[in-house]
Design a protein around this ligand. Sequence first.
Ligand code: PLP
Length: 512
Amino acid sequence: MNREQFRAAAHAAIDEIIDYFDNLPSQRVLPTVEPGYLRPQIPENPPEEGEAWIDIQADIESKIKPGLTHWQSPNFMAFFPATVSYPSILGEMYSAAFTAPAFNWLCSPACTELETIVMDWMCKALALPACFLSTSENRGGGVIQVSASDSVATMMVAARERHVHEQVKAEGLEEGTAAYEDRSMELRPALVALGSDQAHSSTAKAALIAGTRYRSVPTRLEDNLEMTGSALRSVLEQCERDGLTPYYITLTMGTTNTCALDRYAEIKAVLKEKPSWQRIWVHIDAAYAGSALVAPEWQYIAQEFAEGIDSFNMNMHKWLLVNFDASCLFVRNRLDLTNALDITPAYLRNTYSDTGKVIDYRNWQISLGRRFRALKIWFVMRSYGLQGMRAHIRKTIELGNLFADLVRSRPDMFEILTKPAFGLTVLRIKSPKASQSAPSSGIQPDAASDALTKSVSGLINQRGEIFITPTVIAGVSAIRVVSGNAQVEEPYMRRAFDILVKTTEEILGENK
Ligand code: PLP
């Protein structure tokens, strides 16, 4: 493809992308294809001769679009959203054009320096503690990771290394000796990472990657599925009895199932109770709900967890208008990261890195090469401004509240299971028997309600007019509906509620 062909193809692609967005509201959210639909439509072998762009582009419409789940549709209310915006797409285009696996500062200074600047902007935008700024005296800073899972795994490896090295040095062993290495390895089997039973599975997976144990802290529906200080204390004490050493904990701001907030103040008080607990690395996973911190009315949450945490991550690629991948990870002391991950063979050395004055982000992540992701964040922050970002967050939370109010308006049919939060409503369908009996305190397991809830969510998703998530909350079948999508407007939330009511009536009618 030459430059003129590229110009024409790029214009045509952009026209098609704009049309795609325009037509989304009238499309089914979920595709109707069956597994394996694509292979018969694509030649068995790659083409020997290059093909014309016009033929390649035609296949987007005929072969790719039929197999897409439309995450950008205003009728997509499942999981958490994966937002995108036009400025973000432009960022991706420039990033592709300037392609460089910018692992060291020298590999593309603008890539590294813009990343440091936009992470400082984000730290301020989210009202995170100043210890996470790149300019902080404690040598904090932010780095863009691919995903929250990468952020958590990276932090856990850093936490493990910090813990082990502190211990081995305290025992008087000299770094670089065989005795030092042997002792470091001896300590590992007792190490245990913690998270609540509602923490995202990436925390358990990170423990697998870090090669340590994992224990979860139980939560209760009565506590809105938040991790409490007392539940954590019990687990810490049990670890002690089992001869295990907790070294890392994930606290969640906005759990995946229900958007619960762990009880930071209580937890931090518990962690202060014993010197060994004070050494535990505290990470806040705010993958989805962290975006709400751009709005001052939610920033009290950042103040609650501010002091005494080691790291924090949130995904702009969920709710904050930057497309995947854009997970913002902040660390209090970058040396914890670089001490764990800096391995520098001769071919990666250069005079700038040797001065120690530049950041080489390869030492802040697992992989070596990295994309120019700061551009899309910069474009989005400048195009929307903080006001535009706050307006998006406020609008989508209000729409979630509207949906929750609609659900509450039918107490005969629906029951909300946990506090609606950050645009997420978690509900179940009441069985006719339960709706006739006197209201009981707390959510009771109910097999008939479970069956109904599963049937309703199954039928709704099968029809594909809207997409919602079936789940299980504390042993109870539930439906999650999220309004965080960038395209969502009030009529879509009202329509989603109407679909929920009609489908429930239909299933109840069939069961009579
Ligand atoms: N943490 C939380 C609280 C989440 O809800 C999710 C995904 O929904 C993740 C982590 C994983 O996110 P990612 O896909 O960026 O790894």
